[in-house]
Write a protein of this length. Structure first.
Length: 207
């Protein structure tokens, strides 16, 4: 009888200990609840789908060619789906070409505004290679704001194809890094015909 009572006590203690533990919850990326289930993206509001941030091109102006282009500005994106985003960047670009010398002996300089609508897609197969990888297509249209001295040289629009990586922070905050290649650089008067053929971009979304 004592043995049966002892076995019963041990079983009761084991059962109580097991179910008294806090449950282990695995929270997937993108989930906002304490469950292993992502929210239904279709229920998100326009505000929750909209991202506003800042970006810089060409690694803070570092260039391996005679051309130096320091570009920075705001960027806005809108998530159509969890993996598809459309938006535009508005970059202010300081441009200097040491191969072009002005009448006073200085290198050619100018300031540009580059409006670049883009489409960013995060393919599912990227997850098996690198989680957060994406491809992006930009259509860049430069406009000269100021140049010294005045010149009749003009730039045409350029289409760029890029690949990158984004890292999700808390809330909507995320940082990203991408490399963009012009796919129509042969177009006359494209800014990418002047030697600065690859754009390296670092950006952040805050809101």
């Amino acid at each position: 009888m004592k043995k049966l009572f002892l076995v019963f006590c041990l079983l009761t203690a084991s059962y109580s200990y097991t179910y008294a533990q806090d449950p282990v919850v695995i929270k997937e990326e993108g989930a906002t609840k304490d469950l292993d289930v992502e929210d239904d993206f279709s229920t998100l509001s326009t505000k929750d789908r909209t991202l506003i941030g800042f970006y810089m091109n060409n690694l803070f102006g570092i260039s391996l060619s005679p051309v130096t282009a320091i570009e920075a500005g705001p960027v806005v994106g809108y998530r159509l789906t969890r993996d598809l985003m459309v938006g535009s960047s508005f970059g202010f670009d300081y441009y200097r070409d040491s191969r072009l010398v002005t009448s006073n002996g200085n290198a050619y300089k100018e300031f540009l505004l580059k409006i670049s609508p883009f489409v960013r897609y995060q393919p599912g197969f990227f997850s098996s290679i690198v989680n957060g990888g994406f491809v992006q297509l930009d259509y860049e249209t430069p406009t000269v704001l100021d140049r010294n001295p005045a010149s009749s040289f003009s730039y045409g629009a350029t289409t760029l194809l890029g690949v990158g990586y984004s890292s999700q922070g808390s809330g909507k905050a995320q940082g990203y890094f991408s490399i963009h290649f012009p796919i129509d650089a042969g177009r006359q008067n494209s800014i990418y015909n002047t030697g600065n053929s690859i754009a390296v971009r670092i950006g952040w979304f805050f809101l």
